[in-house]
Design a protein around this ligand. Structure first.
Ligand SMILES: NC(=O)c1ccc[n+]([C@@H]2O[C@H](COP(=O)([O-])OP(=O)(O)OC[C@H]3O[C@@H](n4cnc5c(N)ncnc54)[C@H](O)[C@@H]3O)[C@@H](O)[C@H]2O)c1
Length: 278
């Protein structure tokens, strides 16, 4: 198990949810943190929580991960002041549930910009410097169940999250020669800000019904943070946070007919919930 004390860690999406919990846990383990989020107030609160618990936030800056220019400027500041990172954790993301006929082109662009370009920007701004320094490292990217399963109503979200799994799988092998490990996290439902901010293209009543049922089955962001830290310690590649999703993923690979029937059923149920008053 690797000692994380003193490691320089950059984390996106730290104003809330999984990103905040991961930053707090890594702060408690003695990591030197570089934090970002588009939500300035939430980011400030996370930094205060870490500092109050005795952790070290070296730099925190509010920015949009979809903006390459500002991400690369922040990366330069970090590299100039502190050298290369040890660990990069891409967490920031947004969610969208929609039938494709109810989506505007701007919906596709928005989610791809944040969930895919955001992750790419993290990788391109920090990993080449890690390679040049030659000290090894670890990249963690938070994908989703929608990154390994074709969940209904998730076409655009799934496009971004499958891409994150794809990039991670390639880097897992490409970066081995540089002693840089890669993990991709595929959470099921987690009780975070995204449960409220998820953009659902359905009536208000059916949206609320779905959001309430999310909360019933969701795990805590602290639990996901523990799994992220365990993946860094054990160099685990794929982390699926819940047993039901592990089982579904198993069926997809080894018993496709059953998986197919479950997906047909799931689609019918979600259609029924979200189209009821739509
Ligand atoms: N909560 C779940 O059920 C769930 C399930 C699977 C995957 N995920 C993934 O986990 C990750 C973290 O989400 P969460 O559940 O903690 O939700 P969250 O909303 O609590 O946290 C996401 C954070 O990302 C930030 N963010 C959004 N757009 C940004 C942008 N353009 N630039 C910078 N920061 C931005 C938000 O301000 C927020 O603080 C996301 O990538 C999400 O897709 C969440």
């Amino acid at each position: 198990m690797r000692d994380l004390s003193g490691k320089k860690v950059f984390i996106t999406g730290t104003a809330s949810g999984i990103g905040r919990s991961t930053a707090i846990s890594l702060g408690a383990l003695g990591c030197r943190l570089f934090l970002t989020d588009i939500n300035e107030d939430g980011l400030k609160k996370t930094s205060e929580m870490i500092a109050n618990a005795g952790g070290e936030v070296c730099m925190a800056k509010a920015l949009n991960v979809a903006d390459y220019q500002v991400m690369s400027e922040f990366a330069k500041e970090i590299h100039n002041g502190y050298g290369s990172l040890d660990i990069l954790i891409n967490v920031a993301g947004i969610a969208l549930f929609s039938q494709i006929e109810d989506m505007q082109h701007s919906d596709w662009e928005k989610i791809i910009n944040v969930n895919l370009w955001g992750v790419i920007h993290g990788i391109e701004c920090f990993v080449p410097e890690m390679i040049r320094t030659g000290k090894g490292g670890h990249i963690v990217s938070v994908s989703s169940t929608a990154g390994i399963i074709g969940l209904p109503w998730h076409a655009a979200y799934a496009a971004t999250k499958h891409a994150v799994v794809g990039i991670s799988e390639v880097l897992r092998y490409d970066l081995r020669k540089h002693d840089i490990d890669v993990s991709v996290i595929c959470p099921g439902l987690v009780n975070t800000g995204i449960v409220q901010t998820v953009d659902i293209h359905a009536s208000q009543k059916s949206k609320e019904k779905l959001q309430n049922s999310f909360i019933k089955f969701a795990i805590t962001p602290e639990k996901v943070a523990d799994m992220i830290i365990d993946a860094i310690h054990t160099r685990k590649f794929l982390v699926i946070t819940s047993l039901d999703i592990k089982l579904l993923y198993f069926l997809k690979r080894y018993c496709f007919t059953l998986y197919h029937l479950i997906m047909l059923y799931m689609t019918r149920v979600l259609d029924k919930i979200l189209r009821r008053d739509g």
